[in-house]
Design a protein around this ligand. Sequence first.
Ligand code: FAD
Length: 826
Amino acid sequence: MSVLLTLLAAIIASGACAYHRSSLRTWAVTTIVVTLVVGLLAGAPRTTVVLLVIELLIAVPLLMIHFRRKNISAPLLKMFAKVTPKLSDTEQTALEAGTVGFEGELFSGKPQWHELLKQPKPELSVEEKAFLDGPVEQLCGMVDDWQITHELADLPPDVWEFIKKNKFFGMIIPKQYGGLGFSALAHSAVLQKLATMSATVASTVAVPNSLGPAELLLHYGSDEQKNFYLPRLAVGEEIPCFALTGPYAGSDATSIPDFGIVCKQVVDGVETVGMKLTFDKRYITLAPVATVVGLAFRLYDPEHLLGDKEDLGITLALLPRSTPGLEIGRRHFPLNVPFQNGPVHGKEIFAPLSTLIGGPHMAGHGWRMLVECLSVGRAISLPSNATGGVRMAVAATGAYARMRKQFGLAVARFEGVEEALARIGGLTYATAALSRATAAAVDRGEKPAVPSAIAKYHATEWGRTIAGDSMDVHGGKAVQLGPKNYAGRAWQGVPIAITVEGANIMTRSLMIFGQGAIRCHPYVLKEMKALSIPDYSERLKSFDDALFGHIGFGISNAVRSFVLGVTGARIGESAGDAYTRRYYRKLNRYSAALALCADTFMGVLGGKLKFKEKLSARLGDVLSYLYIASAMLKRYEDTGRPEADRPLLAWAFHECMWRIQMALDGAIRNFPVRPIAWLLHVLVFPFGRREVPPSDRLGRRVAAIITAPGEARDRLLEWTYLTPTANNTVGRMNELLPDVIAAEPVERKFGKAQKAGQFTSHDYIGQLDEAVKAGVIDPTEAALLKRVREGVFEFISVDDFDPAELRSAVTRADEKKISDAAQRAA
Ligand SMILES: Cc1cc2nc3c(=O)[nH]c(=O)nc-3n(C[C@H](O)[C@H](O)[C@H](O)COP(=O)(O)OP(=O)(O)OC[C@H]3O[C@@H](n4cnc5c(N)ncnc54)[C@H](O)[C@@H]3O)c2cc1C
């Protein structure tokens, strides 16, 4: 017994030090003292001596720094250099681009929550609010999405004009160049609101404000280029596009075969150094209407007119549309969301060196320029458009499910529909928080490489889920296209968001964990960087520091993961209020589990992990859900911990935790080295998988929130265009919603009388009159039922068309030709 007690005391002392991340010295002193005191008091001198010898054998060599470096770190450094995969320049650039924010804490296994909660609450300025309430509101009022998507396959001229005149294309351009100089949050809010009315308008506005000529010029342009282009871009005098993708280079954008050869040509009688460019680009947004084309190509200098190097690498230029030989103007047709998109071609066309973004000294730096700017644009455009879409789904589906009656009940009352409504509400809460947190990171000056990938992937994936649920709840109403259908086009266009700016499968499988593991991990990048230090003793010192920090980190995460698993995350550091404290602790648990699994996977599989995409995708999911859950908790704090939002927060939080559990379990179950997988399973899930998806009861509360007006619903519908204008069916549905709800008890009284066969009339209005006469309802109640029935009829109605209206113009022309020929033949 005394032996066991001494052993246990030594283990607990070591475990406590590891849990709290004490230094090696503190661990050595604590463990030795505890072993000595407990061993002697318990009367186990022999065990005490054995344990002390073991402890000293571990502690002394590790604490003798010079000995440790020479005999432990040096051989490990050699091994590490051999097994570490050589990074390509592309990968190196991607890894070095961007900054690390709170996501780094989530990868630490011990997040410092005060770092998150002390971040200022993101808010719009007075000017930005006025823009949302002014020009954005006006633009939303002008949009007829059916006209855009079916009749014109383009924005009408007045909408183009309004967008340009009000500087929608200049949101990220600073005021000194005539732009709006908006914050990322305002930029996001504008896109969200536009997306609630038209995906085509939102995409058109998003592109010039995302990765493209303006962003690139702001960061790398020469003064001359900035002064010329930025004021013109701000007011839409120039319409930009950016052409990177081609038939042979989609996701693998660095493999572009498009090229330029540095050469001399006589231009206007003057010999000019320039480039002969050959390129074949496709899918380029705004290309058909662009006046200036940003172009990515590989530049070669065989005559060494620029320097010694022949293959300069990926280079970016800005070509005016008037450049002789530049072919643009034809259009692609992206899934009935007809924003301008098309191919761009050129064969051996000449462009002077002055067209290079940033000038000739930036030749060959194109990939770095793109990657450095990518995270900012990606953090805003697609997450915001998706968020606008899901907010509108809440407004539309919540109201429709309350007013659409079947089997004598609002369809929202059926449990099957309730399940879909709960997903719509809960995931919208999560998407909105994610989008806001990522925009706020940009406003803090971060270049959020990892969060932008998380936001792009999850906002668009949840957009896809919610669009599907919304369609299902609407039934045939959303299937029949026409001006009255407000849901179909949004659902049709979902795959566009999934594909662009990093197709989602690749973003999940390769980017989130791939970048996150190296960029956010506190030691991996340091270890990798140590390898490239030229001086050996410096290299060894840096490697030794990182390595032993890393080992301590790994042990601590194993202990934390196990302890928090055993206790069901009921102990430990936390933040928040009585309601959310437990949530923070759960995040602590899974943060430690992620760090432990990431280290183990990287340590055992090394460079092979890069090709085990199914494993890295799952670990990326864990990081993502930790980030999203943190964003929701921050949002809850920023809004003053509103009680009304708790069902939404709870639903989304439990969904995230359940998904984390499934992702971790999947990763561990499929880890190829089985004994390590078993050990990980014990450390991560000591009592098995205990998380459960949000309960049906919670789902019912969320469904209730989105189907009735209220403060929590209002917050979900922030930046949603709900003005009940003629072009906004959903706005008008929401205007009628309070009446629909007020009519429900009256309908029950009326329905009872109907069922009891009290009325002789077969007509609804006739029955209302009879109900009033019989005193079943009073005249005001009858008027309410009549008003609601008429209102609802408008919203459940769908369009029908003359067959000729649905044929494309080309078909109609062909038919005429055929009938003319038939007549001639007759
Ligand atoms: C409507 C629209 C607008 C666009 N606008 C522009 C624009 O303005 N400018 C521009 O330059 N480009 C633009 N693009 C291009 C867009 O960014 C690319 O389509 C995108 O990068 C994907 O390339 P791809 O379509 O050729 O798919 P592919 O690269 O052929 O990918 C096919 C599938 O393979 C997956 N995949 C590829 N590599 C990996 C990997 N390593 N691991 C796991 N999965 C992988 C992808 O996720 C995808 O699911 C646009 C595209 C569309 C559809």
